[in-house]
Design a protein around this ligand. Sequence first.
Ligand code: AP5
Ligand code: MG
Length: 217
Amino acid sequence: MRLVLVGPPGCGKGTLSAFIVSKYGIPHISTGDIFREHRTKKSELGQKIASYIDKGELVPDELVLDVVFDRLAQPDCAKGFIFDGFPRTIAQAEALQERLAKAGMPLDAVLSFSVPDEVLVRRLVTRRVCPSCNAVYNTEKKPPQVENTCDHCQHELVHRADDHEEVIQSRLDVYRRSTAPLLDYYQGQKLLVNLDGSRGSHEVEKQFEHFVAERGL
Ligand code: AP5
Ligand code: MG
């Protein structure tokens, strides 16, 4: 199964990815998670990208593509992958298409999530994440068993620096300007599948399972 998940911040890409990983065991490639890990480690890349991710701006395409293509070359990607938050520009999508065509590994589908803006903002201000294993929680909809503590690795949870209202608004603007054009791009390639991301996460999982069954993936 080779999938791209595309949608605005807070639409549920990471949440559905965790379900797909647990059910189908394919690698989850989240460029956001990879960049935050580099930022925490203060690696050379981490220092270059910190100001972009904290302000909710896009990291330059060439830095993104290096990271993604390194990851794609790992042997576990031979069995499939889920891209979460990549591609985010038409240039990234074209570079990915070229790389996958050369490798003989075309995408099966691009899943797009529609969610009203006010729901996105609410989800993000109430989101908490584990900086160690990247598990995603929500103080209203999916609280951890022990307050502010990851159920999986017991690490303290954090409120992402870009999950404060002013930054969320600029992330939504960036999404509309740079990433939303991908929907037409993938529609033109007959790869786009629309999910109603405003439903509860169990409902979204059911929509995904229906899509998998329908496609025989
Ligand atoms: P990234 O980490 O990719 O952030 P994003 O795309 O803005 O997406 P989010 O992680 O905020 O949302 P999500 O859709 O994963 O929602 P989640 O499942 O957590 O990117 C961060 C930054 O990195 C970018 O701003 C940029 O700087 C840089 N970057 C990354 N990739 C890049 C690229 N390709 N090019 C350039 N720059 C790049 O859910 C959100 C909350 O809602 C959670 O609390 C969850 O519990 C809850 N929730 C989820 N689904 C449901 C549901 N169905 N019902 C109720 N609650 C739900
Ligand atoms: Mg995410």
